[in-house]
Design a protein around this ligand. Structure first.
Ligand SMILES: *Cc1c(COP(=O)(O)O)cnc(C)c1O
Length: 368
């Protein structure tokens, strides 16, 4: 049974459907393409426990970005290697990291490092660098408050000299997202060329360089994939252990938000299909400013007409896709929005307007 067959058999909408077998296959192929770098999964893309458990055999660890994610991942995957990153870590979160056996703390500022040092407990850290590299074609450049410039890194090196319980393991540089493999390689080469001498000058043994995530996911081309083979083959040879921590490119493709048409209307010459649910369940198209790719699971064959797919929210922003070619829709038709496996449910404002939450379905060969 294909995921679409399964969706056609559902009786309650909206629903999220995750294809766990497809997800495992996808991540295992990425794992196989990467001989060399370690692969961590950035949990913020989708921390659903079933997703985390499906990924666990194929990744080396999980990157978390808050105390909440940390506690959740430790409970879901008690043995996982965990790296803890993200800006604005509180003392409570740092203490939790020490208590829950975090393997690496990605330090974001000298002040954060000083507070960690004050706890007088052993910790292994990467310093997160924010460097002005030339980045071509990024969807999102992580400038601003993330990581540290050269002066702040030097400040951290002085703090570390006085804190023997803290072990500097290397550097972290998540600098952009939405890059294809050639652009990612260009960025990786710049990071490595800068980081290796820095680590050498600071006497770091068996150094590590975390190159971050941000591998491109093209919502306009749902069948395209980041070219992991080209990326893996093109990574610079270097004396450090390289580590990657993608989120979106791992989990985006194997989730769907499936719902039904409630009403179809024409207003001022535009055709709207009003769907059960809305972008409070899947904010992705609003936050990214794209048309969410979709498949109509039930509709008459026939001419396509431009249709705008909206939800039940009382705001003109509640749009999944705008003026997209669509078969003639009628109430009761089913629509499956694809690429809803990452930054979808978990980034959305679920309770706006107090509609019921979607059901969740997890597809595996052993049953759903
Ligand atoms: C969000 C984030 C990632 C994952 O980014 P994707 O675009 O989902 O691959 C990795 N590392 C850090 C530090 C992040 O903030």
């Amino acid at each position: 049974m294909t995921p679409y067959d399964h969706m056609r058999g559902l009786t309650r909408f909206p629903a999220y459907v995750y294809d766990l077998d497809g997800l495992r296959e996808h991540v295992s192929s990425i794992r196989n393409a990467l001989d060399g770098p370690e692969l961590f999964y950035a949990a913020k893309a989708n921390p659903d426990p079933a997703i985390l458990r499906s990924l666990a055999p194929y990744v080396d660890g999980i990157e978390v970005a808050s105390g909440g994610e940390l506690a959740h991942v430790r409970e879901t995957l008690p043995e996982a290697r965990i790296a803890f990153g993200g800006p604005g870590k509180t003392d409570e979160e740092l203490a939790l990291a020490l208590g829950l056996r975090v393997e690496r703390v990605h330090v974001e500022s000298p002040y954060e490092l000083a507070r960690l040092a004050k706890m007088a407990r052993p910790a292994d850290i990467l310093l997160r660098a924010n460097l002005r590299f030339h980045i071509e074609g990024a969807a999102l450049q992580m400038s601003g408050p993330f990581g540290m410039d050269e002066d702040a890194l030097a400040h951290c090196a002085r703090i570390l000299n006085d804190s023997p319980q803290l072990k500097l393991r290397g550097l972290h540089a998540h600098l952009a997202s939405g890059l294809d493999a050639p652009a990612m390689l260009d960025l990786a080469a710049q990071i490595v060329a800068w980081a290796v001498p820095w680590l050498d000058a600071h006497g770091v043994e068996d150094p590590e360089i975390n190159l971050g995530g941000g591998m491109a996911v093209d919502y306009g081309a749902p069948d395209s994939r980041f070219d992991w083979k080209t990326y893996a083959n093109g990574l610079p040879a270097c004396p450090a252990t390289l580590r990657l921590e993608p989120g979106r490119a791992l989990t985006a493709y194997h989730g769907w938000y499936v719902t039904e048409v409630l009403d179809v209307k024409t207003t001022h010459g535009e055709t709207y299909a009003v769907l059960r649910g809305g972008t409070h369940h899947m904010r992705t198209p609003v936050t990214k400013g794209h048309d969410q790719p979709f498949t109509v699971l039930s509709a008459e064959e026939g001419d396509l007409r431009e249709t705008t797919l909206v939800g039940q929210l009382c705001t003109p922003k509640d749009v999944f896709a705008s003026n997209v070619p669509c078969p003639r829709l009628r109430p009761g038709d089913l629509i499956a929005f694809g690429m809803a496996g990452a930054y979808a449910w978990n980034i959305s404002h679920h309770d706006f307007l107090m509609h019921p939450h979607p059901d969740f379905h997890y597809l595996t060969a052993g049953g759903a």
